[in-house]
Design a protein around this ligand. Sequence first.
Ligand code: NDP
Length: 425
Amino acid sequence: MRSKSQAPNGKASHNTEREFGGTLGAVCIPIFLPLTVLFLICASRSPDASLLQWPLPLPSLDQLWDPLAPVLLLGWIALHVLLYLLPVGKVSEGLVLKDGTCLKYPINGFHSLCISGALLMLLLMLEAPLGHVFELMLPLAACATGASFVLSLYLYVCSFWAPPHALALGGNTGNPLYDFFIGRELNPRIGHFDLKYFCELRPGLIGWVVINFAMLMQEVELRGSPSLAMILVNSFQLLYVADALWNEEAVLTTMDIVHDGFGFMLVFGDLTWVPFTYSLQAAYLVEHPQALSPLGVAAIITLNGIGYYIFRKSNSQKNQFRRNPTHPSVARLETIATATGKRLLVSGWWGLVRHPNYLGDLLMALAWSLPCGFSHLLPYFYVIYFTVLLIHREARDEKHCRAKYGLAWDTYCRRVPYRIVPYIY
Ligand code: NDP
C-alpha cells in the first residue's frame, strides 16, 4: 500500500494533515513552552510557590546568563556523545523503514547512566559544589533552550538533502514554520550517529536525575541532611530513568522513533522540557521542606510500586509480543488478526485498557508529587501536564492505529472499551 506522503513517482508529496494546532501551534508553542520552563523554575523557588502569581515571576535577562552554564551544558552533551560512541553493549535493529532497510542502534544507554553516576560520585568525593546547580538552573535552562533552537534549525535545513523516503509522514506539509516545529526527517543521522535516538534517552533524561541529585546536595548544604521527601523523589525518578535505559531497545518501537519527525517539538522536549520541568519536585523541596508520616511514606512507596509494576509489565508484554509473538510469555494470549498481517492483543494487560502503560505511568507521576505535600499545586504540575499529554498522545496513537488497522482496530475498541483507566476513561 502506498503511504499518504508518497507520490506515484516515489517523490514525497505534501501531507496537509496538521497536529498540535497547526501553524498557530507551531508559532505559539516554541514561544510559550520556554517561557513556561522559566516561569516554573522561578515559581518553584519563590516563597509562596504559587502558579497564580501576577505579574508572572519571569527572570530578568541577567538572571538568564552565567558563563558556566554553556560550559556545563556543552560538556555534558559532549560526554554523552562520547559515551554513545563507546563500543559497549549490543547493537540492535530498528523497525523496517519505508525503503525496506533497518537502521542499527547502539544499546548502551544504561552504561552511560552508570558511568555518569560514577563520575558524579567522583565529583562528590572531590567535594565539588554540586548544589550550585540550583543557582544555575535558569541559565542552564536558557542555554538548553538556545541549543534546542539551534539543533532544530540544523535539522530543518539538513532535511532538504534527505531522500524522500527518509521524511516523516506528518512533517512534510511545505509550511516552513510547521515543518520546523514537527520535524521533516524521520531518523536524521551524522554518519552512524542517530540524533533523535541520542536525544530521546540520554542527555536530557540522565540530566534530569543529575539535576535531582544536585537539588538533594543543595538541601544537604542548607539543612545538613537530605529529607525523606527528597530521597523518595530522587529514588522514584532514578528508578524510572534507569528502567527506561535498561529497556532502551523498547524505544525503537515507540511513536517518537517510528512515526514522528525530529523537529523542535521533540528536540525541545528531550533537551529542555524533560530535565528542567520533570525535576521541579526536587527543586521545590529545596525551598519548601516537607515532613512525611511513616504511613504516608508507606502509601506513597506502594503507589509508586503498583504504578511501576503495571507500567513495566504492560510495556514488556507488548514489546515481547511485537518482537516474537511465539515467545512462551505471550503465546497463550488472545489476539485478533489485522489486514496488515500484524495481530493485536485483546487479553493480558492490553485487554484491560487500550493503554495500560499510560495508567502505570500516571500512578507513578502521582507518587512523585505526593512527597511534596498538599499545600501547593506546583509540585503537581507534572502529573497534571502528563495527564493532558497522555490523553492527547492516546488520541494520536488511536488515529494512527485506526488508519493502520481499520476494522480490526474497531473490533479491538469494542472488545476493550476503556482507553487508560478501567471503567472511567
Ligand atoms: P505505546 O508503547 O503505548 O505503543 C503504542 C503502539 O502499540 C500502537 O501504535 C500499536 O503499534 C501498538 N499497540 C497498541 N495496542 C496494541 C495491542 N492491543 N496489541 C499489540 N500492539 C498494540 O506508545 P508510546 O510511545 O506512547 O509509550 C511508550 C511508553 O513511554 C509508555 O509507557 C508511556 O507511558 C511512556 N511515555 C513517557 C513519556 C514521558 O515523558 N515520561 C512521554 C511519552 C510516553 P503497532 O501495532 O504498530 O506495534
